[in-house]
Design a protein around this ligand. Sequence first.
Ligand code: NAP
Length: 558
Amino acid sequence: MTVHPSDSPADIDVVVVGAGFAGLYALHRLRGMGLSARAFEQAEDVGGTWYWNRYPGARCDVESIDYSFSFSEELQQEWSWTERYATQPEILRYLNHVADRFDLRPAITFGTRVVSAVYHEPSAQWLVETDRGHRVTARYCIMAVGCLSLGRIPDFPGLESFRGQAYHTGTWPRQGVDFAGLRVGVIGTGSSGIQVIPQIAQQAAHLTVFQRTPHYTIPAQHHQLDPEWLAEFKHQYADYRARMRVSRGGVSRDYSERRALDTPPEQRRRVYQARWNFGGAEILGSFADLLTDTEANQTVAEFVAGKIREIVRDPDVAGRLVPRGYPFGAKRLCVDTGYYDTYNRDNVTLVDVTATPIEAITPAGLRTTAAEHELDAIVFATGFDAMTGALLAMDIRGRGGLPLRQAWEAGPRTYLGLSVAGFPNLFIVTGPGSPSVLSNVVLSIEQHVEWITDFLGYLRKHDIDWAEPRTRAQDSWVAHVNDVASQTLFPVGNSWYLGANVPGKPRVFMPYIGGVGRYRAICDQVAAAGYTGFDLGAAGQDTDPELPAVADAEAAWG
Ligand code: NAP
């Protein structure tokens, strides 16, 4: 256990962990408030998830004009996206531009992983330590580590014995990979697999896809952005962003109020066809009951199954690609470019590893219960320890030395998805219990960073040393998050939203599905009422008994 330095003033006001979208904006805001801040970033440069996920085909499934910062009118006017859905290189260029434009690099220590953050009660400070020997004390910690940043490769027997090349999509080599002439295997058909598979198929001598669960994917109907259209669009950017902020998902998507089951089948089909033609996740907004009513959900599931059977020529392969056993959209809906068509290629084979599971990785490739597959390279598109993995990879200790790993033993519990009882002055950007991965995450990042930094301003103004959510407020918020989720079909999908992809991880539906607009209103109400639900105090002292009651906080979402 680390010995905390004396009760002397903290070295800096704020430690920020991570330099992706969230860390960069946090640094910018903190500096604007006159607070001293330092970010530690494991990568050698800015970008977060967009630094690491360099696999061929990587692009965002939220439209570029939505998936970008709105806090600076100058920034959004001067930057011009070239494609409807931005590629990873373009997003990374954008984040580099943001870092340079706002001169953020001097405040970032790169190539450095935070290993621990320990709260010291008498001084109300955090001691943060890194793998390179930094020991920094700070009043506040802002965890900007991202929701999908700790990749995972399943514990396949024989993993280490493989003699070929092995890659995880989430830690792709910077110099790229040449698959020409190789026999390649891809394990996993989530968003990453669905993007990388068509690209590798074009390069490799042969590609074998090992699919456990078929995921639903909708063609992006991707296109270049016409510069003239973009210039015209930018005139109303501020209004457009204002609408996104009060929307359900933080995007400009149009959600219909009509119910699928009240719509005649032929008309319903026309709606699905129109949204299919439009492309992307838009189809989820076709009808209001798609994610709450199983029968309604089946109508869209059948429409998409029909499309798969139309596109994929071999009926047996098409049958294996049709998702089953979970509702449409309950696992993250994927967006693709040419995914189903890829299975019409002669050099692509689909192996169903639910029917014939992977037994082992071998020196020469991979063995299922049915066959040996000789491979020169394996790509693990096997996902992430989502939402909690990167946080719990650090040794975070709150009051009384309580480890976050222990506090979250039965699953993550937060107040508003941004703070944790027992962990004063620690804030999580897009943490579990906030809209995060079920929203346009850049917009949610902005909302969190603004809310957190406003809170820090309030604490300073009122000379308050620490803020910590009350357990009762947290319990009430967790109950609300669960309640909202249980009114939908989301918890039925065996998804990473629930932690179901990591053996032994507690099953808790992690994102808040009440909508971005509603969530923002709740957070604003909590702030306006004097940060209800939080205990506030001076260093070395207990809470002020005059604080607003937790019931006032509950009124915000009750
Ligand atoms: P994922 O959605 O968790 O998919 C992982 C895949 O690996 C699944 O098909 C899973 O099968 C399979 N898998 C895991 N363990 C396996 C095992 N032991 N044997 C066989 N197959 C196994 O991960 P992801 O594709 O990296 O995507 C994660 C999230 O990142 C996405 O949902 C999205 O939010 C984000 N993302 C976004 C984009 C984008 O914006 N376009 C791109 C990539 C990622 P099961 O389904 O059966 O578990």
